[in-house]
Ligand binder design. Structure first.
Ligand SMILES: Cc1cc2nc3c(=O)[nH]c(=O)nc-3n(C[C@H](O)[C@H](O)[C@H](O)COP(=O)(O)OP(=O)(O)OC[C@H]3O[C@@H](n4cnc5c(N)ncnc54)[C@H](O)[C@@H]3O)c2cc1C
Length: 502
C-alpha cells in the first residue's frame, strides 16, 4: 500500500492522538513541536524536589466500561494504573472558615448540607440535584456524543439517531441550565450559595457543565492523575514512538507551505522545510489560520468565529512547595475570602486551592504541592511585561497576597513554604503558543455548542485541524477524539477501514 505522509503541528494531546491513529492506519507521520517536551497544556515542570503540575485537574470517564475509557486505552494510557478516584469534586468553605460543603458522590448528603445552609432555596437545590441524578445515570455521560463518527462522515440517518440519543441533553443547551454559572447562581437567595454556584467551575461557563461534573463524581467517573500530567502524557508519547512515529522538539512552525491550494508541508523557524502529503495542525487555531496560512483560507463562518467568540480567560498559577501534608484537605477547595484583593481590574473574592498530595510524585514524603489558579486578563500581563521589573514585582505581589490568605486558613504555613513558583498567561503562551494563554480555547456557550467548527478550511486541500480550537471547551477526551476523527476522515478519503490498533 502506498503510504501517505503526514506532518502534524504540535505534540499536545490532539497532535499525539492524531499521530497514534495515523500510525495505526498505515500512514507515515511525524510531529513538529515548539516546546522541548510533549503535552502542550497538559504540562508539568520540576522545581528542585517538587513537581509543579500546571495542567489537567481531573480526568473524565477513567473507569470502564465507556467509549472514552477505551480511547484512553487505545492511545497507550494504563488508566487504572494512572488514576485514583476523585470522590470529592470540591470543598467549598465560607468566609468564616467554619461552614464547609463537600461536593461528593453522596448527593443526598449534599442536598441535606445545601438545604441546611439555605432552606429558602430548597426548591432550586432539589431541582438542580435532580438534574445531576438524571445525568449520572445517562449512558451519554461517559461518551458525550464523541464516540459517534465525525460529522463529515455521518449520513442523515446517523444524525437523526444521534439527535434521538441526545434528546435528554438538549434541555441543557437551550433552557435555564445553558446559562453561565454566574447568571444561574442569581436564582439562589442565599449569598453563600450564590458565590458557591458561581465558582463551582468557571463563572462564565454554562451551569450544565457543573451538573455534568457532579454527575461524573456521582457515577464514580472522575479521576485524579496519580503521576500528574507526565504520568498521562509520557505513555501516549511512548505509544506514538513505538508505532514508528517521529517527533521533533524545539521545532516551531512559522509557515504552512501551500502549492496550488494544497498544503504540502511546513517551514520551521530554523529555515528548514518539512514536506508531506497531508498537514494537520493541532496547534492554536487563530495562529494556524491567520498566521501560518496568512488568512487566505477563510469564509464568513470562520471570520465570525474568530471575530466574535469568547475564549476562556487565562490564569495566573501560584504553586507552593510546602513541608506539610494537608492530610484532610480535598484535592480541590474553594475558600471565600473575607479580605479580597485586586488582580489587575479584578477583585479576587474566592481562592481556589488545589492540593497535590494524593501521590508521591509531586513532593517527597511529609511535603506537598499546593496551587492557587486565578483567572486574569491577558492584556494586564502583556502590558506589565513591557517593564520586566514591574512584571516580576507583580508576580511576587500576587504570591504574597495568596500566602497571606493561606496563613489564615493554614496557620503556621509561611515558614513551611520551601518553594514559590508563579506562572502567568505569558508563561502559558510561551510554552504552548495558545492565543492569549487560553487554557481551554473557546468558551462554551449556547451558540458555540451548537456550531460545528470545520476540520478543513475552504479552498485548501491536504489540510486538517485538530485540538481544542475546533471544539468549544477543549478538554482531554475531546482533544484526543479530535485527532482520532482526523484520521477517520483520511481513511475515508483513502477508502480504507479505520483501525484502532496497530
Ligand atoms: C491548568 C489547566 C487545567 C486543565 N484541566 C483540565 C481538566 O481537569 N480536564 C480536562 O479534560 N481538561 C483540562 N484542561 C484542558 C486540556 O488540558 C486542554 O484542552 C488540552 O490539553 C488541549 O490539548 P491540545 O492538544 O488541543 O492543545 P495544546 O495542549 O495547546 O497543544 C498544542 C501544541 O502545539 C504546539 N504548537 C503550537 N504552535 C506551534 C507551532 N507554530 N509550531 C510547533 N508547535 C506548535 C504547542 O507547543 C503545544 O504543545 C486544562 C487546561 C489547563 C491549562
Amino acid at each position: 500500500m502506498n503510504k501517505r505522509s503526514i506532518v502534524i503541528i504540535g505534540a499536545g494531546l490532539a497532535g499525539l492522538s492524531t499521530g497514534i491513529y495515523a500510525q495505526m492506519n498505515g500512514y507515515d507521520s511525524s510531529i513538529v513541536e515548539h516546546h522541548s517536551k510533549p503535552g502542550g497544556l497538559a504540562a508539568a515542570w520540576r522545581r528542585g524536589e517538587y513537581l509543579i503540575d500546571g495542567g489537567i485537574h481531573f480526568l473524565i470517564a477513567h473507569r470502564p466500561p465507556s467509549p472514552i475509557y477505551d480511547v484512553y486505552t487505545e492511545i497507550g494510557v494504563d488508566v487504572p494504573e494512572s488514576t485514583v478516584d476523585m470522590k470529592n469534586y470540591l470543598r467549598f468553605v465560607d468566609d468564616t472558615g467554619e461552614r464547609e460543603v463537600d461536593f461528593t458522590s453522596d448527593l443526598r448528603q449534599l442536598e441535606h448540607d445545601l438545604i441546611a445552609i439555605s432552606p429558602e432555596d430548597e426548591k432550586e437545590i432539589r431541582q438542580f440535584l435532580r438534574e445531576v441524578e438524571w445525568m449520572k445515570d445517562s449512558p451519554l455521560l461517559t461518551d458525550l456524543g464523541m464516540s459517534a463518527a465525525p460529522p463529515e462522515l455521518k449520513g442523515r440517518f446517523d444524525s437523526l439517531k444521534e439527535l434521538w440519543q441526545m434528546r435528554g441533553f438538549m434541555k441543557y443547551f437551550y433552557g435555564k441550565y445553558s446559562r453561565p454559572a454566574a447568571e444561574f447562581a442569581k436564582n439562589f437567595h442565599n449569598p453563600y450559595l450564590r458565590t458557591m454556584f458561581e465558582n463551582l467551575f468557571s463563572p462564565d461557563g454554562p451551569i450544565w457543565f457543573v451538573i455534568m461534573i457532579l454527575a461524573t463524581v456521582g457515577a464514580g467517573q472522575l479521576g485524579l492523575l496519580k503521576g500528574g500530567c507526565p504520568g498521562f502524557v509520557l505513555p501516549i508519547e511512548q505509544k506514538y514512538k513505538d508505532l514508528g512515529g517521529k517527533i521533533r522538539y524545539n521545532a516551531t512552525v512559522d509557515k504552512i507551505l501551500v502549492e496550488d491550494d494544497r498544503a504540502v508541508g511546513v517551514l520551521l523557524r530554523d529555515g528548514s522545510e518539512h514536506r508531506a502529503d497531508v498537514v494537520v495542525s493541532a496547534a492554536d487555531g487563530r495562529n494556524t489560520i491567520f498566521g501560518l496560512l496568512g488568512g487566505r483560507y477563510v469564509d464568513d463562518r470562520i471570520e465570525k468565529v474568530y471575530g466574535t467568540w469568547k475564549q476562556y480567560d487565562p490564569s495566573v498559577i501560584v504553586s507552593l512547595g510546602v513541608a506539610r501534608t494537608f492530610k484532610d484537605a480535598a484535592p480541590l477547595n474553594m475558600f471565600m475570602l473575607k479580605d479580597t484583593f485586586l488582580l489587575g481590574q479584578r477583585t479576587i473574592k474566592v481562592l481556589p486551592l488545589r492540593v497535590l498530595n494524593y501521590s508521591d510524585v509531586f513532593a517527597p514524603p511529609g511535603k506537598a504541592v499546593i496551587q492557587v489558579m486565578l483567572e486574569t486578563d491577558w492584556k494586564y500581563w502583556t502590558e506589565l511585561h513591557n517593564d520586566k521589573d514591574a512584571y516580576d514585582v507583580e508576580k511576587q505581589r500576587v504570591a504574597e497576597m495568596v500566602i497571606q490568605r493561606l496563613e489564615r486558613l493554614y496557620p503556621g504555613i509561611r515558614p513551611q513554604i520551601e518553594l514559590v513558583d508563579v506562572a502567568t498567561p505569558l508563561t502559558t503562551w510561551r510554552y504552548t503558543l495558545n492565543n492569549r494563554g487560553s487554557p481551554m480555547g473557546w468558551l462554551m456557550t449556547k451558540e458555540t455548542l451548537m456550531t460545528q467548527l470545520p476540520r478543513r478550511l475552504p479552498g485548501l486541500d491536504g489540510f486538517y485541524l485538530a485540538g481544542q480550537w475546533i471544539l468549544p471547551g477543549g478538554g482531554v477526551p475531546g482533544c484526543i477524539y479530535s485527532g482520532r476523527n482526523v484520521v477517520q476522515l483520511l481513511c475515508k478519503e483513502d477508502k480504507r477501514a479505520f483501525r484502532t490498533s496497530a
